[in-house]
Write a protein that binds this ligand. Structure first.
Ligand SMILES: [Ca+2]
Ligand SMILES: [Ca+2]
Ligand SMILES: [Ca+2]
Length: 348
């Protein structure tokens, strides 16, 4: 009995000890950098030295500081194995906000690329997007690197406007398996491109273009020629503060562009038109107008004013064409008016 009381006393004493001396160790996963909830208590973060932080307890915020060199392009980036939804802020030495970002990193992570305007001390702060949210994340500061090159069509010529909205995607991971998008760059009319700022590392590298959302050509960078086969993909190394140049692509195929031929009938219900739909650029569409009973075809309007039926049109753009019909019956105005005074048309 005495021994039972003694063990209970020891247990209660142990709990009291933890409650009084280390409540966070029982109820929260505070990280090694706490306290760091303001500019004054910010920890220094060194270039290319990731820091493992935790946002915990709820409403935790974490400040770091670094010395900026004028003209250097810095990349501040969070990452998280638990996809913690970080929100990243950048401040000058007076606490003035210079930049902020929610989700430009991988998943719900944050990324800021920033050119340092003057030498001095700068601060970054991370908080959770949801004020009550918690979770671990890594924060890294690096000098941004870039990838540049040129994209040519399958004939070795600069891209035409068929490649409207062409862009470069930068990926990490397994080209033939799970790969993750980490950045991008737009392709200029002459085919040149430069990606956005990237942290130092090794990337697989995908070129894609689209004329419409339904048309894509994906191609991986490889030497000496880019390839649509993921198994041919070769990594591209990005060095801090430098641009990796001459990462050129020549596409294996040319784009197949299609346009839509949209048809209509006027007045509605007086007939039908067949032959509308999607056609590859440069092909011919045949439109046939069929009048309903008691109606006849008059002509086409819109992108064709022909009076022949059917018509053949060259599809080199989106087309809108209407078939116009009229009644085969004649009308006359009778001298009788309806009860509300309207004139009444009566078929002969
Ligand atoms: Ca923290
Ligand atoms: Ca904190
Ligand atoms: Ca976020």
């Amino acid at each position: 009995m005495t021994q039972q009381i003694l063990s209970k006393c020891i247990m209660i004493a142990t709990i009291m000890f933890y409650l009084l001396t280390g409540p966070k160790s029982l109820f929260a996963a505070a990280d090694l950098y706490e306290p760091d909830n303001d500019l004054v208590s910010a920890n220094v973060i060194d270039l290319n030295s990731p820091q493992a932080h935790t946002l915990d307890p709820a409403e935790d915020i974490d400040f770091v500081s670094f010395t900026g060199v004028k003209g250097n392009i810095y990349l501040l980036e969070t990452s998280s194995v638990e996809d913690t939804d970080t929100y990243l802020y950048l401040y000058d030495s007076n606490g003035k906000e210079l930049a902020k970002d929610d989700d430009s990193g991988i998943g719900l992570s944050s990324k800021i690329v920033w050119t340092c305007p003057d030498a001095g001390t700068y601060y970054a702060m991370v908080k959770h997007f949801v004020i009550t949210g918690t979770g671990p994340y890594d924060l890294v500061l690096s000098n941004a690197g870039y990838i540049s090159g040129r994209v040519l069509d399958s004939s070795g010529n600069p891209l035409t406007d068929a490649f409207e909205n062409a862009y470069i995607d930068v990926m990490i991971g397994d080209p033939c398996g799970d790969s993750t998008w980490v950045g991008w760059g737009t392709i200029n009319p002459d085919g040149t491109y430069t990606t956005e700022g990237l942290s130092p590392g090794s990337y697989y590298y995908l070129y894609a273009y689209t004329k419409t959302d339904s048309i894509h050509i994906d191609e991986w960078w490889a030497a000496p020629m880019s390839s649509q086969a993921c198994s041919q993909a070769q990594p591209v190394t990005v060095t801090a503060g430098e641009t990796t140049t001459d990462k050129d692509f020549q596409l294996d195929t040319s784009p197949v562009i299609s346009y839509t031929v949209t048809t209509a009938v006027d007045p509605i219900g007086t007939g039908t038109v067949t032959g509308g739909g999607n056609y590859n650029e440069g092909t011919t569409a045949t439109l046939t107008a069929s009048p309903a009973v008691n109606f006849f075809f008059i002509n086409w309007s819109g992108d064709s004013t022909a009076t022949t039926n059917p018509i053949r049109i060259l599809v080199n753009d989106d087309k809108n064409i209407t078939a116009n019909f009229n009644s085969t019956k004649r009308y006359m105005i009778v001298p009788i008016r309806s009860s509300d005074g309207r004139t009444v048309f009566v078929p002969l």
